[in-house]
Design a protein around this ligand. Structure first.
Ligand code: ADP
Ligand code: MG
Length: 236
């Protein structure tokens, strides 16, 4: 049984069809990349999976459980967590408290949350700054804080929505290497990125969305040589 399974997912916003009959599976321990031009429906797909949007049609199964239409809180409790595209930490809390509160109120409530938060900060290289407030953090460090927050929930699958967005090449490299470390821990990762090269390096399989539909699924090598994919990107 696959860890994550979407079957015939359609999402309409009024007349806009953001997702059109999308089906796929993500296996345990796999790293899957999701690419597609702006407005393709990538973020909407992640929001349907994590419960911010109920699908108009279709179903989402996680670890054999039908989670379609569940609240984000209950879905997080089940073990699916998503990073936010825009990171807005609580500025009056310490970096450590931000991770702790995030893990606590995300709905997952893991045991030893205080310790887990420190572990996660160490993992992303922010442990030495744990007691500072996040106001002085660079964009790259804020993204690492966001990764620590989701890691501290002890997730079964991590969904990264453009976690390297807006970063310089060096910061991007740090994030890619972190995702590699997360993968090496046996975690299942599903990530959206527009920095194609970064995503290609870390993913075993890549899905391509265009106008709410998958136009290709395959290995990074297959995707990079796919006519339809090249056309979708050059066409925007
Ligand atoms: P991507 O993340 O691939 O850039 P999105 O999933 O954000 O694309 O958007 C897909 C389409 O759905 C776009 O046409 C967008 O305008 C539309 N859309 C996304 N969210 C909403 C919403 N909350 N209300 C109405 N339309 C939306
Ligand atoms: Mg998006």
């Amino acid at each position: 049984m696959s860890l994550l399974n979407c079957n015939g997912v359609t999402k309409r916003f009024g007349g806009v069809v953001a997702l059109d009959d999308v089906s796929f599976e993500v296996e345990r321990g796999e790293t899957v990349g999701l690419i597609g031009p702006n407005g393709a429906g990538k973020s909407t797909l992640f929001k349907v999976i994590t419960g911010s949007h109920a699908p108009t049609e279709g179903s989402v199964h996680y670890d054999g459980t039908d989670i379609t239409g569940w609240s984000p809180h209950d879905i997080c409790h089940e073990g699916l967590v998503k990073t936010h595209q825009i990171v807005r930490p609580f500025e009056n809390l310490s970096i450590h408290q931000n991770v702790e509160v995030g893990a606590e109120f995300g709905g997952r409530r893991p045991e030893n949350v205080e310790e887990r938060a420190y572990e996660a900060l160490e993992f992303v290289g922010l442990d030495e700054r744990a007691h500072e407030t996040p106001t002085e953090l660079s964009v790259g460090a804020l993204k690492r804080l966001e990764i620590a927050r989701v890691l501290a929930t002890d997730p079964g699958i991590l969904l990264f929505d453009e976690v390297a967005g807006g970063l310089d090449p060096e910061e991007t490299e740090e994030i890619v290497s972190l995702i590699g470390d997360i993968k090496d821990r046996g975690k299942t990762v599903f990530l959206i990125d527009h920095v194609m090269r970064a995503l290609m390096n870390v993913s075993e399989r890549v899905f391509v969305l265009n106008n709410g539909e998958f136009i290709a699924k395959g290995t990074p090598a297959e995707i990079q040589n796919d006519e339809q994919v090249i056309e979708a990107y050059l066409g925007t």
